[in-house]
Ligand binder design. Structure first.
Ligand SMILES: *Cc1c(COP(=O)(O)O)cnc(C)c1O
Length: 407
């Protein structure tokens, strides 16, 4: 094998977050100069970056209300609280997800009911149906993890049949749709993240969207509106606030004007970013799909994804070969994340490591799938030739690891 012909290293930072546009920088400097960083003001309406972002965000999804928060984790937490989760309530969730999701359930006092995933990395609908029936859960916190969208018609139908409130975690699906309908509009609420490694980079930040007057009013009050909720543009009628304002504690989960300015300047860029991400994703996917032993998830026709990362499975490698493959890729600048590690590492963890939940375990099918699942970030800076080089590095490291494993 002509290893000499292979490129030595990728030479691209796969961890680079989306760049901040100039318009955002200018607005942030204006805010810094004025000092008006808090979203509310007692005497006059100032800044309004958060209020404007909420209005634009809700409109972009066709939802009535959006509430700016300090993180997507806070959005999921408030979604659970405002839809009736109390101490000990069971909450269904797909067991392939990121730590803030089980964290939000714990924060709300809920008890986690872990649902299997399929080889296509979406929630297993049969297991969901069974656990929806048997667990007594009234909530499903569905993570569109790594941008993989389950059959939402089926999910909605199962929730309806078992009287379950659906909450969508859209941290990886901003700009994505199922059968033409944006994610975040199927459930009672949709939760979005503006953390640096999502589709809009404001460092931190979250959004809760809903069409429900009471959920919106309560989320605004919980977020810490100091009774200045009248400064929200995308807000429910006064009557909804009257119902809740004296009964709702202030949890101080607000978004600042700086975060909103950063996010607001990037909202119009999401479609263009999506095209770039998907172009790189599809190139890499085609390249990997042609390699023996590599399996890519099937993507249904109805799914319009936005893939800022790519996942693939290497079921055929044994433990040693798999470890050698990961190390070989890493040494050549292709940092592959792995959800199968014993201990949580960086942005990866398995539910068996969530020692704070009632019954920490990884459901067996999910464990089998995660054990050989590779996960790669796709930075916007990746060009077509970088994608080709990346595939070629994976191909040669796969061949090397595979042949080293043979006796
Ligand atoms: C990042 C992420 C979140 C939470 O986002 P934060 O804004 O960091 O709280 C939720 N779900 C998934 C799947 C994520 O990757």
């Amino acid at each position: 094998m002509a290893i000499e012909d292979e490129p030595q290293s990728l030479g691209v930072d796969l961890g680079a977050p989306p760049a901040i546009p100039d318009s955002a920088r200018r607005r942030v400097v204006d805010l810094l100069e004025s000092g008006l960083l808090h979203r509310y003001a007692e005497a006059r309406s100032v800044g309004e970056d958060v209020a404007c972002l909420e209005e634009e965000f809700a409109a972009s999804l066709g939802r009535k209300y959006a509430v700016g928060l300090n993180s997507c984790g806070s959005s999921m937490f408030l979604s659970l609280l405002t839809t009736g989760v109390t101490q000990g309530s069971r909450v269904l969730m797909n067991s392939f997800t990121l730590a803030p999701v089980p964290g939000a359930v714990a924060h709300a006092g809920g008890e986690h009911v872990l649902v299997e995933i399929t080889d296509d990395l979406v929630i297993d609908l049969d297991d969901l149906d069974r656990k929806a029936r048997d667990s007594g859960a009234r909530h499903l916190l569905l993570s569109h993890m790594r941008g993989h969208i389950a059959d939402m018609d089926a999910v909605v139908e199962i929730c309806r049949r078992h009287d379950i409130t659906l909450i969508e975690d859209c941290a990886h699906t901003q700009g994505a749709r199922w059968a033409g309908q944006p994610t975040g509009t199927f459930g009672a609420t949709g939760c979005f993240s503006f953390q640096s490694y999502k589709h809009v980079n404001a460092g931190e930040g979250g959004m809760l969207v809903t069409d429900d007057d009471d959920i919106a009013a309560r989320a605004i009050l919980y977020s810490g509106s100091y009774m200045l909720y009248g400064q929200h543009r995308a807000r429910p009628p006064e009557a909804a606030f009257e119902r809740w304002k004296l009964a709702t504690p202030n949890f101080s989960l607000r978004m600042s004007n700086i975060v909103a300015a950063l996010a607001r300047a990037q909202l119009p860029l999401v479609d263009e970013r999506a095209r770039k991400w998907n172009d790189s994703h599809d190139r890499i996917a085609r390249g990997l799909d042609s390699l023996p032993g590599v399996r890519l998830p099937n993507r249904p026709q109805a799914e319009s994804y936005v893939q800022s990362s790519i996942q693939f499975a290497l079921a055929a490698l044994d433990d040693r070969a798999f470890a050698a493959f990961l190390a070989g890729c890493k040494a050549r600048g292709v940092f592959i994340k792995w959800f199968g590690a014993r201990e949580p590492a960086g942005f990866t963890s398995q539910s068996r490591s969530w020692g704070y939940i009632a019954d920490p375990h990884t459901p067996p099918e999910t464990a089998r799938i995660l054990d050989r699942l590779c996960d790669l970030r796709i930075p916007l800076s990746l060009e077509a030739d970088d994608c080709a080089r990346l595939v070629s590095i994976v191909r040669s490291e796969l061949a090397r690891a595979g042949s080293a494993a043979k006796p």
